[in-house]
Design a protein around this ligand. Structure first.
Ligand code: COS
Length: 379
């Protein structure tokens, strides 16, 4: 039972159902998924049945009608058992949020209900080999040619792309206009001229495959989301949402690492005494718990700000920054508590450390979050 502020019985019931599913379906396969780098896209039909693939969407567009808090709790439960699955779901949300925020009703109707029911998987292509933290530097071009656009360029680290049915691609329609020259398009992966690499070799979240996407293809005019030049703003609004999702994934991994540490500290004996009786270990456990709770508070606060319908970049960045850094501390401490056993691949501790590490990098690095926070309080 999660008694933290703002969580209703209804939110909890949703999270409990997802927790049961994750414990039964994801946890037993998480080590194999990681070690054999099996794509977590195979869980899409099961996740869709539980409503997870559309939890970011209103009922009108196929969502199951749960609150943003229930969605965040669900992501925590998924990440607790398999962070790579939470990451795959998060990448799908980046794509469908782009359509929800930037698109018109015709595009929403064409993609979102199918995406919610697991019939279509989405990917989000903003990052490029030479444009990560500063997407305004992107080189991908979209040139208008009568009733269509010619998209040319290369996108990098695109999660889900190899399993996706559609990719939301950000490209420059006006290269001289900085961020105001970016537009956004939905591109079906079957489009001729779109090619996808084999998956990148990643340190962690190895079941969340990321790809390079090369574009030299024609996309119909009606696949543009919103007006020309509105893409940067759409991307930033989408990232405001997704940074809370990353905070939730960080919390899920940290919860798993702390739970494992508490069990180990009680069971493992040193000189006849449980590890848990050593003050050095107790204080470490206390610091882990403290950071986890602070991460929860910031994440629930950001979720409440999101629900309030006003701009919440500050809250979202604070939650992502703090929770991802807390997950780094907590997973590292958990491995230390487990000693040599934690360092083996027999236990999930080393996986938690590797999975947590990306949380400080993707969807805006810790440095970018600090920039957003500083700009917000200085404004
Ligand atoms: N919501 C709505 N509008 C936003 C916004 C948000 N969250 N963030 C910025 N904007 C708007 C600004 O209001 C501004 O609008 P005007 O042009 O009308 O003035 C415009 O977007 C440009 O904003 P800004 O000047 O802040 O843009 P910068 O180029 O300085 O970039 C950061 C800001 C650093 C925050 C942005 O580049 C960023 O988030 N980078 C990280 C990208 C990232 O997360 N990549 C990972 C990809 S997914 S793995």
């Amino acid at each position: 039972m999660n008694t933290r502020l703002g969580i209703t019985a209804e939110d909890q019931a949703v999270a409990d159902a997802i927790a049961r599913f994750a414990a039964m379906q994801l946890a037993p396969r998480a080590q194999e998924t990681d070690q054999q780098e099996i794509s977590t896209a195979r869980y899409v039909p099961l996740l869709a049945e539980l409503g997870v693939m559309g939890m970011n969407l209103p009922e009108q567009w196929g969502g199951p009608g749960v609150s943003p808090t229930a969605m965040i709790l669900s992501l925590v439960e998924i990440a607790r058992c398999c962070a790579a699955t939470a990451s795959m779901v998060g990448a799908h949300y980046l794509a469908t949020d782009s359509i929800l925020i930037g698109g018109n009703d015709e595009l929403r109707a064409r993609y979102l209900p199918d995406a919610a029911m697991g019939a279509k998987l989405g990917a989000f292509a903003l990052t490029e080999p030479r444009a990560g933290s500063n997407p305004a530097d992107m080189a991908t071009r979209a040139q208008r040619q009568g009733g269509s656009y010619r998209l040319t360029g290369v996108k990098h680290f695109i999660s889900n792309a190899g399993d996706a049915d559609f990719i939301v691609v950000y490209a420059k329609t006006d290269p001289g206009a900085g961020h105001k020259g970016i537009s956004v398009f939905v591109v079906d992966t079957a489009t001729p001229g779109l090619s996808i690499s084999s998956p990148e070799k990643l340190m962690g979240i190895r079941g969340a495959h990321a790809f390079e996407v090369a574009l030299d293809c024609e996309v119909p005019l009606e696949n543009r989301l919103g007006a020309e030049g509105s893409g940067f703003r759409t991307a930033m609004q989408v990232l405001d949402n997704s940074r809370i999702d990353v905070a939730a994934s960080s919390i899920g991994i940290a919860e798993a690492a702390l739970d494992a540490s508490l069990a180990w500290a009680k069971e493992r004996r040193i000189g006849g005494e449980p590890l848990a009786d050593k003050q050095g270990i107790q204080w470490l456990l206390a610091d882990m718990k403290l950071r986890l709770e602070a991460a929860w508070m910031l994440t629930l606060q950001a979720t409440a700000a999101r629900s309030a319908g006003r701009r919440f970049s500050l809250e979202s960045s604070m939650a992502k920054l703090y929770a991802s850094e807390a997950a780094g501390f907590i997973t590292d401490a958990a491995l230390q508590i487990h000693g040599g056993y934690g360092y083996t691949r027999e236990m999930p501790l080393e996986r938690y450390v590797r999975d947590a590490r990306i949380m400080r990098i993707y969807e805006g690095s810790s440095e970018i979050q600090r920039t957003v926070i500083a700009r917000s309080i200085l404004a």
